[in-house]
Write a protein that binds this ligand. Structure first.
Ligand code: NAD
Length: 476
C-alpha cells in the first residue's frame, strides 16, 4: 500500500483505496492509504509543532527548499505526466504540461519567499514607528479535486510553505498517485519534520476531520459548490480562515466579426480539451445570430473529428471521463438536453480497444440560457450553443449565471473587447483566447458561486497565506 506521510514518516493505515485507470479498467495503478480522523489528528499536531520554527525560518532556507521541489518535479515530469494521465485520464501532453506548470509554481514561490515585504508608515504620534508586517497563518489544510491533481496542490502548497506555514494535504480520492509522487519529492526536500504532511482518504472522513480540527488554522479548498458551502459553514464555526475555489459555467461569446477559425479552435479547446473536466471550461457558447448556423456546422464537424481514446494513446485528443459516476452524470445531462428541447450532436458513450469511460464531445444546438443544461455545471465534454441577437444580449446572457469564474469573447472589435472586459462579471476574462488556460504567476479565481475568499496564485496569494501584524514602537 502507498502510505501517508505524517510527521516526517511514511505511515500505513488499516483502510486503503483502489486506484484504477479510467482509460483501461484492467489497469490497477495501486492501493493507496485511506486515512482516518486519528491520522489527520496526528498530522495536524505534527504541523502545529513545526509552525514556530518554520514560521521564523530564514527565507533563503524556504526559497532553496521550494526551488529544489520545483527542480525535482521538472526532472521527473515524464513520470508525473504518465501517472497523471493514467489515473485522471487527460492526455499525456496535457498531463506533462500540467506537471511543468506545477514546477513553475514552486519556482515562482521560491523567489517570492525573498520578496515578503511590509510597510513602514509614519505614526501620528511623536517618536513612534509603525510597521506593518506579514506573518504565517499557522497550519494550512489543503483539500484538492481530481481534475488538476498536481497543479492545484502546487498552487496551494507552494505559497503556504513560502510564507512560513505548515501544511496538511488531503488530495482527491480519485487521484492519490500524483499526490503521492508529489509528497515523495517534498519528503526528499529536507524540510523540517512536520512542515508538510500528506493524509490521503475520503473527504467525508479526512476532509471532514480537517475542517473540524482545532489545530488547523486555515483551509484552502478547491472542489464542488455543495462541498465548499458545507465546508465554509463548518469552518466558520471554528473561526478558520477559508478560501474556496469551486465550479463554473463559463461563457464564450462569439461575435459576428470574430475570426471564425480562431473562434472554433478557442471553443473546441475551451469546451472539450481535458474532456471538459476543467472549472474554466467553456460550457456555454453564446454566438451572434448572424453567424450561428455557420458556427454550429463548423463546430459539430470539428468536434466529431476529435480523437477520443486512451489517455496514453498516440494522437488521442480527448481522454476518458474520470469515473463511471461522472460518465453516468454526463450521459444523464445529454438526455436532459433532448428533454429540454436542444438538438444534440455527439455525447454518446463509445467503445475503445480498452474498457474505459469514453464519451464523444456533446454539442447542444439551439439551447437556451435558462435551460438546466446551460445553468448547472456538468463537468464533462458538453457545451450549450446559445444564440444572441447582438452584443448587449450576448453580454447579458454571459452574466446570467450563478457562477463567475472565467469568461471569453471572440471578436475583431476593440470596442466589444473593451466593453466585455469591463462588464463581464467573471473573475477572469479572455479576449480571443479559450476560457481555460491561465498563466501561473497572476491571480486566479472568480465571483459568486465560483469562489469565496481572497485570490490564489501570483503575489495575491499572500492575502490568504499570511496574517498582517501592525507594530508600534516608541523610541523614547
Ligand atoms: P468535490 O467537491 O467532490 O471534492 C473536492 C475535495 O473535497 C476532495 O478532496 C474531496 O475528498 C473533498 N471532500 C469531499 N467531502 C468533503 C467534506 N465533507 N469535508 C471536507 N472535504 C471534503 O469535487 P471534485 O469532484 O473532486 O472536483 C470537481 C469540482 O471541482 C468541480 O465542481 C469543479 O468545477 C471544481 N474545480 C474548481 C476549480 C477552481 O479553481 N475554481 C478548479 C478545479 C476544479
Amino acid at each position: 500500500m502507498h502510505q501517508n506521510y505524517i510527521n516526517g514518516q511514511w505511515v500505513g493505515c488499516e483502510e486503503s483505496l483502489e486506484n484504477r485507470n479510467p482509460s483501461d479498467l484492467t489497469d490497477l495503478i495501486g492501493q493507496y492509504a485511506s486515512g482516518s480522523a486519528a491520522d489527520l489528528d496526528q498530522a495536524a499536531q505534527a504541523a502545529a509543532q513545526a509552525v514556530p520554527a518554520w514560521g521564523l525560518s530564514n527565507p533563503q532556507v524556504r526559497a532553496d527548499a521550494l526551488e529544489r521541489i520545483g527542480a525535482a518535479i521538472l526532472s521527473r515530469k515524464g513520470e508525473f505526466g504518465h501517472m497523471l494521465a493514467r489515473e485522471e485520464g487527460k492526455t499525456l501532453p496535457e498531463a506533462i504540461g500540467e506537471t511543468v506548470r506545477a514546477a513553475q509554481i514552486f519556482k515562482f514561490f521560491a523567489q517570492e519567499t525573498l520578496r515578503i515585504a511590509g510597510d513602514a508608515i509614519d505614526s501620528v504620534r511623536p517618536d513612534v514607528d509603525v510597521m506593518v508586517t506579514r506573518e504565517p497563518v499557522g497550519v494550512v489544510g489543503v483539500i484538492t479535486p481530481w481534475n488538476f491533481p498536481i497543479a492545484i496542490p502546487a498552487w496551494k502548497i507552494a505559497p503556504a510553505l513560502c510564507y512560513g506555514n505548515c501544511v496538511v494535504f488531503k488530495p482527491a480520492e480519485l487521484t492519490p498517485g500524483t499526490a503521492h509522487l508529489l509528497a515523495q519529492i517534498i519528503a526528499e526536500a529536507e524540510l523540517p519534520v512536520g512542515v508538510f504532511n500528506l493524509v490521503m482518504g475520503a473527504g467525508s472522513v479526512v476532509g471532514q476531520a480537517m475542517v473540524e480540527h482545532p489545530l488547523i488554522d486555515a483551509i484552502s479548498f478547491t472542489g464542488s459548490v455543495p462541498v465548499g458551502r458545507a465546508l465554509a459553514v463548518e469552518a466558520a464555526r471554528g473561526l478558520k480562515k477559508v478560501q474556496l475555489e469551486m465550479g463554473g459555467k463559463n461563457p464564450m461569446v462569439v461575435m459576428d466579426d470574430a475570426d471564425m477559425p480562431l473562434a472554433i479552435e478557442a471553443c473546441l479547446n475551451g469546451a472539450f480539451y481535458s474532456t471538459g473536466q476543467r472549472c474554466t471550461a467553456s460550457s456555454r457558447l453564446i454566438v451572434h445570430r448572424a453567424v450561428y448556423d455557420d458556427f454550429c456546422d463548423r463546430l459539430v464537424t470539428a468536434a466529431a473529428a476529435l480523437k477520443v481514446g486512451h489517455a496514453l494513446g498516440a494522437g488521442t485528443q480527448i481522454g476518458p471521463v474520470v469515473s463511471e459516476k461522472q460518465l453516468r452524470s454526463n450521459l444523464a445531462y445529454v438526455d436532459l438536453a433532448r428533454e429540454e428541447g436542444a438538438e444534440v450532436f455527439g455525447g454518446e458513450q463509445i467503445n475503445a480497444p480498452t474498457e474505459g469511460f469514453f464519451q464523444r464531445p456533446a454539442i447542444f444546438r439551439n439551447a437556451q440560457n435558462s435551460m438546466r443544461i446551460s445553468q448547472e455545471e456538468i463537468f464533462g465534454p458538453c457545451a450549450s450553443v446559445i444564440a444572441a441577437d447582438d452584443f448587449d444580449h450576448a453580454l447579458a446572457l454571459a452574466n446570467d449565471t450563478a457562477f463567475g469564474l472565467s469568461s471569453g469573447i471572440c471578436t475583431g472589435s476593440l470596442k466589444y473587447a473593451r466593453e466585455f472586459r469591463r462588464k463581464s462579471t467573471a473573475g477572469m476574462v479572455m479576449v480571443n483566447l479559450p476560457t481555460a488556460g491561465v498563466d501561473y504567476h497572476v491571480p486566479f479565481g472568480g465571483r459568486r458561486g465560483s469562489s469565496l475568499g481572497s485570490r490564489e496564485q501570483g503575489r495575491y496569494a499572500a492575502e490568504f497565506y499570511t496574517s498582517v501584524k501592525t507594530s508600534y514602537v516608541f523610541a523614547g
